[in-house]
Design a binder for this molecule. Structure first.
Ligand SMILES: Cc1cc2nc3c(=O)[nH]c(=O)nc-3n(C[C@H](O)[C@H](O)[C@H](O)COP(=O)(O)OP(=O)(O)OC[C@H]3O[C@@H](n4cnc5c(N)ncnc54)[C@H](O)[C@@H]3O)c2cc1C
Length: 350
């Protein structure tokens, strides 16, 4: 275990914003967490678990411990006729984990290839892409609970995963640190390629019966085309969530804009791509000072030069306002903004 007081978080987040933490702490073994109460006044200091920081925006310095869980290890816990239970430690890089699963013929996660970050963060924000979400394969989480200074297992059903969220990100943020994640994967490939962009790509390549590996390669190619590499151009992927609106509103929108993409979610709700809404407002490939939107995707905010969390949020607030004024939809950030009170779009625009 290593810690540093008053330490920069710039290299710990994909946006590389110049915030500091009261303490920056790296743990390589879960048991090290048990020593935290004797080393730090935990009743006074908030704790923020972090993976690669690819979904976080620090608007200000963090007044507590930013803890990177660097635990490693992947193992097969149990193999049944149709499924396997795989356990991965929180610090495993997500994409490498997906590759390991494919190599071992443990199927299901191939649509989630190349998402930056760690295994530990994947359930927190219920990562998803190309028609698949991690909750479809999640069995459970081992967590360290700071209020009890103890480890226990949480079944997936108790972690409250929903669209790009979970209880780990809301109610339990700072209370629970994930040490291990268990996935229930398939022993026979069942490739999912109904997502329109993926489907179109595979058909154009004359692939009509894709294997899991075909889907994996297609997803990697599509993502490389569409998204900026955070190592080259700092960003945190999609800045806003795709809004989910009532069917009647989606129909009204379709009357006004016949080309609007709509993804039915069941129960009379429809998902509208936030990137499409932003594009209609003219936000694709726009730069203002050191911040802007990515040239191929209006939903991805990027730092073109040194910037601050506040500058980034002021820019994001302009995007938020134009979608609100044109479509009456209040976009919600997908990135975790800290402190959460820093996201007040109307205040930021004053
Ligand atoms: C270019 C790019 C593309 C992206 N594409 C996608 C995409 O297609 N789909 C998608 O869903 N996301 C996407 N993202 C967002 C991001 O990759 C995911 O949210 C990812 O899971 C973040 O992993 P991380 O390790 O960087 O987490 P961090 O950003 O470090 O943390 C994210 C959240 O998880 C919590 N957390 C992290 N580790 C732990 C732990 N051990 N215990 C408890 N809580 C923890 C943090 O407190 C925070 O709330 C993209 C990001 C980028 C930069």
């Amino acid at each position: 275990m290593e810690w540093e007081p008053n330490a920069s978080l710039q290299s710990w987040t994909s946006f590389r914003l110049p915030a500091k933490a009261a303490y920056r702490l790296r743990c390589t073994q879960p048991e090290e967490l048990l020593r935290l109460p004797e080393l730090f006044p935990l009743e006074e200091l908030p704790v923020l678990p972090l993976g690669n920081g690819s979904n976080v925006v620090f608007a200000d310095d963090y007044p507590g411990i930013v803890l990177r869980a660097e635990f490693r290890g992947i193992r097969c816990i149990e193999a049944e006729e149709d499924t396997v239970c795989i356990e991965a430690a929180a610090g495993e890089p997500w994409h490498e984990f997906v590759v390991t699963c494919l190599r071992n013929q443990w199927y299901g996660l191939e649509n989630l290839a190349l998402i930056p970050g760690t295994v530990g963060a994947a359930p927190v924000h219920n990562i998803g892409a190309y028609g698949v979400e991690v909750q479809q394969f999640l069995e459970g989480l081992q967590v360290w609970d700071r209020t009890q200074n103890a480890f226990y297992w949480l079944p997936a059903s108790a972690a409250g995963l929903s669209y790009r969220s979970s209880l780990l990100r809301t109610q339990f943020l700072g209370q629970l640190v994930i040490t291990h994640v268990r996935f229930r994967l398939l022993r026979r490939a069942c490739p999912r390629w109904d997502y329109p962009e993926l489907h179109g790509f595979l058909r154009a390549a004359h692939v009509f019966h894709p294997s899991a590996l075909d889907v994996f390669h297609a997803v990697v190619t599509l993502r490389r085309r569409k998204l900026p590499d955070p190592h080259q151009l700092p960003n945190a992927g999609s800045f806003f969530k795709n809004p989910i609106v009532p069917q009647e509103y989606a129909e009204e929108l379709r009357r006004r804009y016949p080309q609007v993409p709509c993804f039915p979610q069941g129960e009379g709700m429809v998902k509208i791509p936030a990137g499409w809404l932003l594009e209609q407002c003219g936000w694709k490939g726009i730069r203002q000072g050191s911040v802007g939107t990515w040239q191929h995707h209006a939903l991805v905010l990027v730092a073109y030069g040194p910037t601050t969390g506040r500058e980034l949020l002021r820019f994001a607030a302009q995007l938020w306002r134009s979608v609100y004024e044109r479509f009456g939809i209040a976009l919600e950030p997908e990135v975790l903004i800290l402190p959460p009170e820093a996201w007040q779009p109307e205040e930021l625009l004053r």
